[in-house]
Design a protein around this ligand. Structure first.
Ligand SMILES: C[S@@+](CC[C@H](N)C(=O)[O-])C[C@H]1O[C@@H](n2cnc3c(N)ncnc32)[C@H](O)[C@@H]1O
Length: 252
């Protein structure tokens, strides 16, 4: 079982995760029917990746995370109130109920009973829950196998989380919600080797964190040696940026 400390360890690197596209927020805001009066809860907000993207489409956002170090790295913007709470170990009562809850790359960290308690206390009756994720797909790139092998030598185990787990349908169903809408945006992206190195640091968990953080320069050099031959004439590698979201509404 991973603790919040594991998130704190990568807080300084988290800004290098693939960003949500600006068009993602515009589309999601439309699907949620956001107005200047709307208030959101960004649950397990990290640095406020969702809170900051949605802030211009609504009146205010409560952004809750259990890691002080994540919040130390948070994106300060008008209208966002950052709050330190462990969703699984505290009864969270916001100053007022919110219109909608948004959860980015984090529904799998929220225990089903915690989600139910939080929703009951803090979400308006017509409120929706948006579960979303952003990722750079690189598995079909010719250099991917080399990168995966390198990461394995540094203790990375297991595959990425499944879309089912990240989508949270089971957890939402247990609270009486079902899928009512969705969105998927993205497209081809290019980046340099340094970006690839930094983005790998933003996914360091467990033994992978221990081994890479003890040899940052060695890891950086080996990664460059592994992928550089695949860069195009501009020194870039390719991937596909994908932002997806599932909108859940209360079952009537
Ligand atoms: C993968 S990050 C997602 C950050 C951001 N929402 C995003 O879309 O990129 C997961 C976040 O969940 C937070 N988290 C994990 N367990 C938590 C808990 N029990 N209570 C509050 N936050 C938690 C971590 O501290 C971390 O910031």
């Amino acid at each position: 079982m991973m603790t919040i400390e594991a998130h704190s360890q990568i807080a300084d690197f988290y800004k290098w995760r693939p960003a949500y596209a600006p068009s993602f927020f515009a589309t999601a805001a439309q699907k949620l029917g956001l107005t200047a009066d709307s208030c959101l809860l960004d649950l397990c907000c990290g640095r406020g990746e969702l809170a900051s993207g949605f802030s211009r489409f609504c009146g205010g956002v409560y952004a809750v995370d259990g890691s002080q170090r994540m919040l130390d790295n948070s994106i300060a913007m008008p209208g966002i109130t950052y709050l330190l709470h462990d969703v699984n170990n505290e009864d969270i009562s916001l100053a007022k109920p919110v219109d909608h809850i948004v959860i980015g790359s984090a529904i799998h960290w929220v225990e089903p009973q915690s989600l139910e308690r939080l929703v009951k206390r803090n979400l308006k009756p017509q409120g929706k829950v948006l579960v979303t994720h952003t990722l750079m797909t690189i598995q079909n790139q010719p250099w991917y196998r080399g990168l995966a092998n390198l990461n394995a030598t540094y203790g990375k185990v297991g595959a990425s989380r499944s879309v089912k787990e990240l989508g949270g349908a089971d957890r939402l169903a247990a609270c009486g919600f079902s899928n009512v809408d969705g969105l998927r945006l993205g497209g081809p992206a290019t980046f340099d080797v340094e970006y690839l190195y930094r983005s790998q640091l933003s996914y360091l968990y467990g033994g992978f964190y221990d081994r890479v953080s003890a040899d940052l320069e060695g890891y950086r050099k080996r990664l460059a040696d592994t992928v550089s031959a695949h860069c195009n004439a501009d020194g870039k590698l390719s991937g596909t940026l994908v932002n997806w979201g599932i909108v859940y509404g209360r079952v009537a």
